[in-house]
Design a protein around this ligand. Structure first.
Ligand code: HEM
Length: 470
């Protein structure tokens, strides 16, 4: 009995309570169903802060806006690390951006923000690139009106092109097979993320024959994408001219030169691949969700159509400045982001040192999981969180309001670095499409909003749309 107890109970003293961990598996066996349901059940039993084991790795889950904010904002210096991960250790050990921790991460994040700022990341340049992609995407829709059309690959191509054009100084045509191959590999990795995570915590599974958990395939896809970026970085370095900054790569190199440091080409390659990965699937999936919701709620689609018709001139393209004239459209995009909830568990952080939080001991290296789904669906705050109701983001004057609890881009020091770009892309794409087209679901698979695929993000099930010119 005692041996069993010692084998099972691994928690260091003082760490938050949690379910008994099995040898080898830890608590992984609990995650056979939707992780959101599992974490909510654990909260009922153990309260807002509890711990679980992924294999041998200790993780602390934090529920509730106030507690997540306290951890990530007030104690952001301690809770802004990233847990180590077998996949990233093999691909970009101590390099990149999203996976870095400590001083290295702080420096890299600052450098990235500065280089993006030098390019006018928040200004007209970016809007121009987004609008160029919208015009190509709308042309594609015009070629396919009144016919069932799957926007999945085209929207990923357009959104990825936005990133490519200002980071790599390059865009790709929709029919470009090589580029579509990169996008398909990126999407495959996003969807395989759940399976590959198992190998992070149970490395012995590596010895099974074949590639049951898609770990090798995922690695292969990542190396393929990183090689593609490395070639472009190397080309840039040959033609680099500090008096003619063409894109993010040039701006980054110039910043490094100005600081008197030596350029680390591999670091730059991985930082770019992280921007490419973070900035493509998330925004494209958000736009796909929004269009799907608009088919499921035709009254909302109709209200957006009439808002656009009365606020904008028929011949003018939609601009980012129009968002105040289209508050209901803006509120709808926000409500989909809240209701569909692309990143329900945020992105895991880690504790960079031994610490205490709300009376619990948290050892250095512990993974910290913010339960963001609970914040976006908190009944006490939102009242009717399961209801799709864009009006909740409008005040009495009809302007959009953004409560602090609206956290699809997370909070604290590691908050999404592309939030501004993402909001602009989502608004401009959705308003521009709706200005020109009515949308309905094509015959065939009719996905329910409650059905989704959980990978690195939560994506809708496949569907096709029919676009009709207005
Ligand atoms: C709908 C679109 C998007 C959503 C929902 C989203 C959401 C998030 C979330 C939840 C995080 C984790 C924050 C944390 O660790 O606490 C994150 C991080 C990040 N996002 Fe986004 N994101 C989106 C678009 C973008 C875009 C367009 C870019 C690129 C330009 C981008 C770049 C990043 C980067 C680089 C990080 C890591 C920041 C760091 O580790 O310091 N994201 N995002």
């Amino acid at each position: 009995m005692i041996i069993c107890r010692v084998l099972l109970e691994q928690r260091p003293s003082g760490v938050p309570p949690g379910p008994t961990a099995l040898p080898v598996l830890g608590n992984l066996h609990l995650f056979r169903e939707d992780p959101r349901r599992v974490l909510e059940q654990l909260r009922e039993k153990y309260g807002d802060i509890y711990s679980i084991y992924f294999g041998k790795e200790l993780a602390v889950v934090i529920h509730g806006f106030d507690k997540i904010k306290e951890a990530f904002v007030k104690h952001g210096d301690v809770f802004s690390g990233r847990p180590s991960n077998r996949l990233t250790e093999q691909v970009c050990p101590d390099k990149g951006l999203i996976t870095l921790s400590g001083e290295k991460w702080r420096k890299e994040r600052t450098l990235t923000i500065q280089a993006l700022g030098d390019l006018g990341f928040r200004k007209a340049l970016i809007e121009g690139r987004v609008c160029k992609e919208i015009s190509c995407f709308v042309n594609l829709l015009e070629e396919n009106v009144e016919a069932p059309f799957d926007i999945c690959l085209p929207i990923h191509t357009s959104i990825s092109n936005v990133i490519c054009s200002f980071i790599l100084g390059k865009r790709f045509e929709h029919g470009d097979q090589t580029f579509q191959d990169y996008i398909s590999r990126l999407l495959a990795n996003y969807r395989a993320a759940g399976a590959t995570a198992a190998l992070n915590y149970l490395p012995f599974l590596d010895y099974l024959p074949g590639d049951l958990f898609k770990f090798k395939k995922t690695l292969h896809n990542i190396f393929y994408i990183v090689d593609f970026i490395r070639t472009i970085v190397q080309d840039h370095l040959i033609t680099y001219d500090r008096s003619n900054v063409r894109d993010f790569i040039d701006a980054y190199v110039k910043r490094v030169e100005d600081s008197g440091s030596e350029l680390n080409e591999e670091q730059l390659t991985h930082a770019i691949s992280h921007l490419f990965v973070a900035g493509t699937e998330s925004v494209s999936t958000a736009i796909r969700w929004i269009l799907l919701y608009l088919c499921k709620f035709p009254d909302v689609q109709e209200r957006i159509h009439s808002e656009i018709d009365s606020a904008l001139a028929a011949e003018e393209p939609v601009a980012w400045d129009d968002r105040d004239r289209l508050p209901f459209t803006m509120a709808t995009t926000m409500e989909v982001m809240r209701h569909a909830d692309l990143a329900p568990l945020g992105v895991a952080h880690s504790a960079t040192e031994d610490t205490h939080f709300r009376g619990h001991f948290i050892p250095k290296g512990t993974m910290i999981i913010p339960y963001m789904h609970g914040v976006l669906h908190d009944k006490q705050f939102w009242g009717d969180p399961e209801k799709f109701r864009p009006q909740r983001f409008l005040n009495e004057e009809g302007s959009t309001v953004i409560p602090e609890q609206y956290v699809p881009y997370a909070i604290g020091r590691r908050t999404c670095l592309g939030e501004h770009l993402a909001k602009m892309e989502i608004f401009l794409f959705v308003a521009s499409i709706l200005k020109k087209f009515s949308i309905m679901l094509a015959d065939g698979p009719q996905p329910e909003l409650s059905d989704s695929k959980m990978g690195l993000t939560v994506a809708p099930m496949p569907f096709k749309l029919v676009f009709s010119k207005r």
